[in-house]
Write a protein that binds this ligand. Sequence first.
Ligand code: GDP
Ligand code: MG
Length: 767
Amino acid sequence: MHLSDLKTGEKAYIVKVKGHGGFRKRIIEMGFIKGQEIEALLSAPLQDPVKYKVMGYEVSLRRQEAEQIEVSYERLRSVDESPMTSTSTPRDQQHASSGVKEITIALVGNPNCGKTSLFNFASGAHEHVGNYSGVTVDAKEGYTHFGGYRIRLVDLPGTYSLSAYSPEELYVRKQLVDDTPDVIINVIDASNIERNLYLTTQLMDMHLRVVCALNMFDELEMRGDKLNVDKLSSLLGMPMVPTSFKTGRGLDLLLSEVIHIFESREGHDEYYRHFHIKHDHEIEDGINNIQKYLKGNELLRLRYSTRWLAIKLLEMDKEVDAILRELPDYDKIIEARDTAVRRIKEETGDDSETAIMDAKYGFIRGALHEAGYVVGVKEDTYKTTHKLDALITNRWVGFPIFFFILYLMFEVTFILGQYPMDWIEMGVDQLGSMIGDMMAEGPLKAMLIDGILGGVGSVIVFLPQILILYTFISVMEDSGYMARAAFIMDKLMHGMGLHGKSFIPLIMGFGCNVPAVMATRTIESRRSRLITMLVLPMMSCSARLPIYIMITGAFFTARYQSLVMISLYVVGIALSVIIARVLSIWVIKGEDTPFVMELPPYRFPTAKAIFRHTWEKGKQYLKKMGGVILVASIIVWALGYFGTMGVAPSLEESFIGLLGKAVEPIFTVQGFDWRLDVSLIAGVGAKEIVASTIGVLYGDSAYNFSQLTAYCFLLYVLIYFPCIATIAAIKQESGSWRWAIFAAIYTTVLAWIVSAAVYQIGSCFLA
Ligand code: GDP
Ligand code: MG
């Protein structure tokens, strides 16, 4: 509980003080030390502030301040039994010898530096590890126990900086400021240390408790780099621990440093002290002038480091600007900033943002130099990478390689997947005949065999193929190839009004549209993000595969099956290009922000990671099977079994027949009959249901439509309403129902138009 929850007259014991360093320091100086008894004496008429008694003093705290202090009714084992023996003042003593408590750690770092690997090692969690930015779109939480503490780990999305440039950066910043983790582990890719430390300097500005994990230390050693870690650590005033989360090396040391930082007091030793990066005098003057106005505001000081606010303001940060806009002195603050910005421009020739950045990089270079940093020449991870890249991103062979890999992916998926698919099919059939023999005729048997087995069975057979497809995608992601694919596709993507980065979500869309929509978060420009999201449903997800296989298998000879299948994918891609163009020219206007595309070094993906990722996806698929699809299959079966007069004599007279008949006129242009219409309606929940519904509705009877209709039906399935989950994801990511509804409508209308046109034109030729 928080101190703010304490009622007048109640007593409790302080557990910990949260918030950034400046606030903690002040409050600890006032006597708010772990284990101290505190009593709420009386509150002001409006419940704010409240007067407390601690260590014999009476202090009044604002509600917001009190919220930052955690207390407990239970007395912890005493804090300073012998405070006088300590060299520091007893009131500053924070060492606790008390029982199990919780520490919250946030993992912050650049994309691909190994945060998720660390997270998995520490928490044993099953979380996908990817080799391009954006796999982690949300904060993932896990737990571990260490040194008498229960440690809560939060894996945050990767960011290069904490300016409010991309939604991820904003998100991470918000987590750091609002959720005030106790300690931050800044994960650094040590083989790329200079750039990684930039983020560290921003954490320093924010005055947070930071421990650095110098990850990928194995690569640094392999290359023969020289670095005095202790020296660097003391220069930056934060503990640094060499780690490698390929093997888990350094994890224990890292966690003990975290606990050490948590328990000790800032300035306690040279590895834990607050450090200002000194800027040139004109920048420092600007910071000081702005800070003057901020320091007077207690509420502001409580939540933020004023130096950080001042620096951010000089960097023209919109979010910080919005925070400060509430202040009475806002005009004067902005005046101070503008003066500073002008001076900086005059004296350095740069805008303030660049000047601050330069100073930070200068600081980093200086610190690295002092720590004796020398890049080794032995085994450059980038050497192989450069060689490979020369080939893979080559203008002539890059595309052929890429398309070959895609081709290979689909071939293997279909050919190799056929075997287990046959086995499962046989198993389902046998199960069906077993139940058939055992049970008496009646609705229950019909439901089991025709409803559940017919519906779920016709979809579950695709599990092997889906697993194979996901294995491919995981390998491409984890090895770093996916980032190259984005790189070589960049130009084409620009032609569509998209970014190269849009390509990754688009490819992921072949697996499932839902995570793909979520992956669009990595695209900095809102415009490109929206367009990518909206064209994603054109990417034929694996849920559509069962229908394709089912229909092409029945209507086309083996020679043409693959061709038909590929044509559907191609139509989807072509449509996405056209739609993206249309959207970018007429619907979603605006400027694109430039961006950097990260090309991480190639890494051999670990079998464990690949297995994990693939399994996670498979689990999701099975869950869908047990949930939505099971329910839908039973509903479809029931609607087909019963009619207005009890058990329907034939399908046509059942409820579903009536429903199908009702919408039939809409689809006569395509030649769909009512059974196809019904399965399309049922497929709104999830596209697999189209296949399972056809399975239920046709049963053993033969299909009664032409090849042309069959193809148009496939086109319709490809294009129309993606599925409820995708629409929900679009709503969530775009932040409004508007775009979600837009996506739902445009896809359905387009599907009707395309399938009608193909049918009408096609029948002229075939007639
Ligand atoms: P995140 O984006 O920060 O979450 O990074 P990930 O945890 O997804 O890791 C990115 C890639 O780096 C994966 O392929 C990991 O297997 C690999 N990796 C992580 N830590 C290390 C390490 O210490 N050494 C090496 N060589 N590779 C690592
Ligand atoms: Mg991650």
